[in-house]
Design a binder for this molecule. Structure first.
Ligand SMILES: [Zn+2]
Ligand SMILES: [Zn+2]
Length: 361
């Protein structure tokens, strides 16, 4: 079928609106009419991997139009939120940790299905697709039962779309990985959509002292509104010292979302002996981080977290329940754009004017 898509062509390229050809669903695939898709930071960085043309987008939400012959549990008309993909067969997947899937890169970033084929074509030439098992910067996309989460049809899909990646990544880092004790202290570095989702998770977990660090004043203002008890300008002197001051010696937990190596070191210096730092920001994939040997020996823990250690089919419904109950107001981060204005959404996100852009079809 013909689909309307936003195609990128390498690092920093614009997302050009175009018409492409999408395969019919294979036996294990689900054809989804995309009604909304969130813009996640990885959509911007991943452009570099597909210089020959690719369709990104991995926070899709929409309505099932058709299911392959082997698909069970989904039917046309179902509303779904799409999340990351995992093989379902490796040791990590089989032990309930799809976010540690051994095939994670092949399943999500390769620009193709696990067998190397792409479901998208421009004229006769293949276009990289199946990004995060969806490539949802398009009016229709192919997913599978592995990465589709069924949701109630009365819920606004444009609000739910970011649950597929950014919101589960941030909040899951707190609720699934760190599991802070009520009344403890936590500092979040970076108040973008992942950092603010972590903050919202910390509010749900009844963290006592909750500090947000960022360099954009509007984001710190939003952090306060969402429950931060303190906010710090990331450019100010001795941020780690300020955190230790506010938390009587160090925050029990730190969540690092910026991916900047120097901020990782600051985060590690912000927790006391026994404290834990969760690294979420990707940053420079070829880079290294330097930590104080002494600080680590004295009992600090550094853990890497991907996709908030989430099992989407379990965790997304839990977050929807919290949202319905009014205790997880992640919609405060969202600015909606018509799909055609994806360029504006990217510009606003890069400038820090928009925290979480959601494109609507
Ligand atoms: Zn796996
Ligand atoms: Zn993402």
């Amino acid at each position: 079928m013909r689909v309307r898509a936003a195609m990128s062509t390498g690092a920093g390229s614009d997302f050009a609106l175009t018409e492409l050809e999408l395969d019919d669903p294979r036996p294990d695939e689900i054809l989804v009419r995309t009604t909304a898709v969130g813009l996640c930071h990885s959509d911007l960085t991943a452009r570099q991997y597909f210089p020959g043309g690719g369709v990104l987008g991995h926070e899709g939400a929409g309505v099932v139009e058709e299911v392959g012959s082997a698909v069970t549990g989904f039917a046309p008309g179902d509303h779904v939120v799409l999340s990351f993909d995992a093989c379902g067969l490796c040791r990590a997947c089989l032990s309930g940790r799809p976010y540690r899937c051994r095939e994670f890169a092949a399943m999500n970033y390769s620009g193709a299905r696990p067998d190397g084929s792409t479901p998208l074509r421009d004229g006769g030439s293949p276009v990289a697709g199946a990004f995060f098992g969806q490539s949802s910067f398009a009016s229709h996309c192919l997913a599978t039962s592995r990465n589709a989460v069924k949701v109630d049809a009365d819920l606004p899909l444009a609000t739910l779309a970011p649950l597929g990646c950014g919101v589960i990544t941030g909040s899951g880092t707190v609720l699934n990985a760190l599991r802070p004790f009520p009344g403890s202290s936590l500092v979040v570095f970076g108040a973008g959509s992942v950092g603010l989702s972590a903050l919202l998770g910390a509010v749900v977990a009844r963290v006592g002292t909750l500090i947000a660090v960022d360099v954009v004043p509007e984001r710190l203002e939003l952090a306060r509104k969402l429950g931060a008890t303190h906010v710090l300008d990331g450019r100010s002197e001795d941020v780690a010292g300020q955190v230790r001051e506010l938390t009587a010696g160090g925050a029990d937990y730190a969540v690092e979302t910026s991916g900047v190596a120097s901020v990782v070191a600051t985060a590690a210096s912000s927790v006391p002996e026994g404290g834990t730092v969760a690294l979420v920001g990707l940053g420079d994939l070829a880079g290294t981080i330097t930590l104080s040997h002494y600080e680590m020996v004295m009992g600090r823990t550094v853990m890497g977290v991907t996709e908030g250690n989430s099992v989407p089919q379990v965790y997304v419904p839990q977050l929807i329940e919290l949202w319905r109950a009014g205790v997880f107001p992640f919609e405060e981060m969202i600015t909606e754009y018509p799909f055609e204005r994806i360029g504006q959404a990217v510009a606003d996100s890069e400038a820090g004017r928009t925290v979480k852009a959601v494109l609507r079809f």
